[in-house]
Design a binder for this molecule. Sequence first.
Ligand code: G
Ligand code: G
Ligand code: MN
Ligand code: NA
Length: 250
Amino acid sequence: RRMAQQMREALDQGQFSLNWQIQAAVDTGEITGYEVLLRWIQPDGTFISPADFIPLAEENGLILPIGEWVLRTACAEAAAWAEPHKIAVNLSPVQLGHVDLPRLVHQILIETGLPAARLELEITETAMITDMERTTHVLRQLKLLGVSIAMDDFGTGYSSLSTLRAFPFDKIKLDRSFMSELDGGPQSAAIIRAVLALGESLAIPVLAEGVETLEQLTFLRDQGCDEVQGYLLGRPQKTAEGHIQQAARV
Ligand code: G
Ligand code: G
Ligand code: MN
Ligand code: NA
């Protein structure tokens, strides 16, 4: 309950900010976009991870105003960039279920002047499980606006494959746990290969998350992975621009 009060104040007092993490094409090294990650730094300097406060915000409904703030602020920041890179914004299943999201997204795009083609929305499969029919309807309406839809944390849920069957996602984001376990045995490598083959046969580009080493990048390149994201290319940071030299080195 205390946390709920603090979250409300955080929104009113500007304690939330956004970080950006670069995404790049494996074959050319070109920047393909930036994922937006929410940050909460309290007045005394305490950092609270979204992994800790987002589940709470989902329970008490504050994820709706917080998620709207993220969407509006991310679109406004990106609209002012010198380079028209794409941005990827995480959506909570609660946002998909409880607001007229297509109308809100449309309104924010008009307000901020960000072209719809520059916005990608990341959905986890949890959003699909809850109400598959309703969710796919909302996702179709979002696509009609011209935004793209990515399946986030792929491979960690209970129904990854049926989720892919239910909706034509524009991107598969392979969960970073497969990357971190790549050195631990042959299983992760086999699963990564299988997901890349799946993406290829469905004609959906695959982005591997959590790429931290050159060995991982080389493996992914050899296996034909489309895009990568992770500490090797860049940590999430305040502005998108600072990433460019880092990306060029890879
Ligand atoms: O950035 P970090 O690794 O700390 O994020 C932890 C978790 O919080 C990740 O699962 C990430 O997807 C989620 N997250 C980060 N920013 C947002 C956001 O703006 N909205 C939602 N719904 N989730 C976010
Ligand atoms: O669930 P989602 O993919 O949205 O989560 C993104 C989270 O992953 C962010 O909180 C970000 O800080 C974290 N992250 C990004 N790159 C890496 C990485 O290379 N290694 C690890 N361990 N975490 C990462
Ligand atoms: Mn994500
Ligand atoms: Na993810």
